[in-house]
Each structure stands twice: as C-alpha cells, then as structure tokens.
Design a protein around this ligand. Structure first.
Ligand code: MF3
Ligand code: CO
Ligand code: CO
Length: 254
C-alpha cells in the first residue's frame, strides 16, 4: 500500500481540489430539463480548463467523463439522453487526474423539491459517509470505518450496498486497499499516516443487491427503489482524515 511523501501529498491536494471544484461547478449548473450528457460535457470542459484529465473516460472502457446515476441507478450510470426532472435524485461522481495523481468525489443532488424518501436517503448517505470519515485516523482499522457506516444506515432504516466499495487512490484511481462500507470494529487493514483512500457508501431504501444493465456498467436497485452516494478522497493523518476533495467554498468546514 502506497504511503505518500510530503511532496506527493501536495500533488494529491491539487488533484483533489480539481475534482471538488468540478463537482461544485456541476452542482451549480443542475436544473430541470438538463440532460445527463450535458453534465458529461460540462465535466469534460471544466476538467480540461483546470489542466486535468477526466480519469473515468476510457477506464476499463467506460464511455464518459463522469458517472451520472439517476433515481434507482446506484452508481456507474452512463450519461446520455436521460432528462433531469423535478424530484430526480442524481448522483454525480467525478474523478480527475492532475499530473499523474487522482481525486475522486461524488455527491447526490435532488432536482427541485425532494420527496420525503429522497430527502431521507440522501441525508442518510451523506451522514454515513461522514460517520465513516470520522473513523479514519492513523492506527484505526478499516473495519471501524465499515462498522460506523453500516450501523448508521441500519439505524435509519436504510441499507448499504456491499458490491461496491471505496479504495486506495493515488497514482491510480483504484488501488489497494479495498474499503468495505460494512464490517467489524477492530478488524481489517490498519490505517497508516500517509495513506490516501476514499469513503463512498451507496445507501438504499430497499434491497442492497444491484443488477447490471446490458450496457455492462449501470448498476441499479432490483426493486426500483432510490439510492444515494457521497464520496470524498481522504488522507490518513495522526489527527484524523484530511479531506482532499472539499470544495474551496467549504475548505476548513467539517
Ligand atoms: N469514481 C468511481 C469510484 O468512485 C469509479 C467509477 S469507474 C468508471 O470508484 F469507470 F465507472 F468510471
Ligand atoms: Co471512488
Ligand atoms: Co468516485
């Protein structure tokens, strides 16, 4: 597992800042009537304007610059002619590569006024990510992270997708370790200062199993129920997690 030097941490901060800024830009642009492919175009242009590369494009053949996952699509949605409607639950997952280093971040937005269900699944997903992040520090175990996420999700009447997890990140978008969003306290990989990884739980209201569309990417809930996901790229420090993908307007926020 990669441990970052001070200089490498600086490079990861810059990559994370790009991904965060692009996702923030998308968030400001979302509106009803927009198509998912408009988000793809925005991410392409905004990423290039920042001197970076959209790392998902071509990743194992993924055909777009960004994952856009709407309503019952849990993740890896391919942006196309889907129309964002009032009430749509839209996860946008941006991965940027800058100077060979990666930042990876996802937020779920609701277009217009959320239904009670949408509000609940989105808020629980955000809080689950935060609960996982709160466990990240030098010496903690990945099982502590997964336990915190899963426990909160279930306490709120939701469930956690098990087939998609977080990951180490650095020179590659996906590298060791794999980060489960469920687990047992005190078990699993021990976190070390200088590791970078993501926490990115997908929270569902119904069944946590997912089915794959014929496109080979899109993963959806089998019962059509809503899913929501949030993701940050984190640096493990002695004092806790440094969030590398905080948007500038929120830098320093918890
Ligand atoms: N950004 C996703 C993640 O958080 C990776 C998507 S891979 C893609 O791990 F190929 F679907 F883009
Ligand atoms: Co990720
Ligand atoms: Co991601």
């Amino acid at each position: 597992m990669e441990l970052l030097s001070g200089r490498e941490v600086e490079a990861m901060r810059r990559a994370g800042a790009v991904a965060a800024a692009t996702l923030e830009r998308v968030g400001r642009a979302l509106r009803p009537g927009m198509r998912a492919r408009d988000i793809d175009e925005l991410v392409r242009v905004d990423t290039e304007a920042r001197g970076a590369r959209p790392a998902q494009l071509g990743y194992h053949g993924f055909p777009a610059t960004v994952c856009v996952s709407i309503d019952d699509v849990a993740c890896h949605g391919i942006p196309g002619d889907q129309v964002l409607e009032p009430g749509s639950v839209v996860s946008v997952d941006v991965t940027s590569e800058l100077d060979g280093w990666h930042g990876d971040t996802c937020r779920t937005f609701v277009i217009g006024e959320p239904s009670a269900e949408a509000r609940h699944v989105v808020e629980v997903a955000r809080r689950c990510m935060e609960a996982g992040i709160a466990q990240v520090r030098h010496g903690a175990r990945l099982g502590d992270v997964g336990y915190a996420v899963e426990t909160l999700a279930k306490a709120e009447g939701c469930d956690v997708v098990r087939m998609v997890g977080g990951h180490g990140i650095g020179r590659k978008m996906h590298q060791a370790p794999h980060v489960d969003h469920f687990g047992t306290r005190g078990r699993g990989v021990r976190l070390r200062e200088g590791m970078a990884l993501t926490v990115e739980p997908i929270i569902v209201l119904g069944s946590p199993e997912l089915t794959e569309d014929d496109d080979g990417w899109t993963l959806r809930t089998p019962d059509g129920s809503l899913a929501a996901q949030f993701e940050h790229t984190l640096l493990v420090t002695r004092r806790g997690a440094e969030i590398l993908t905080l948007p500038a307007t929120r830098a320093g926020a918890a």
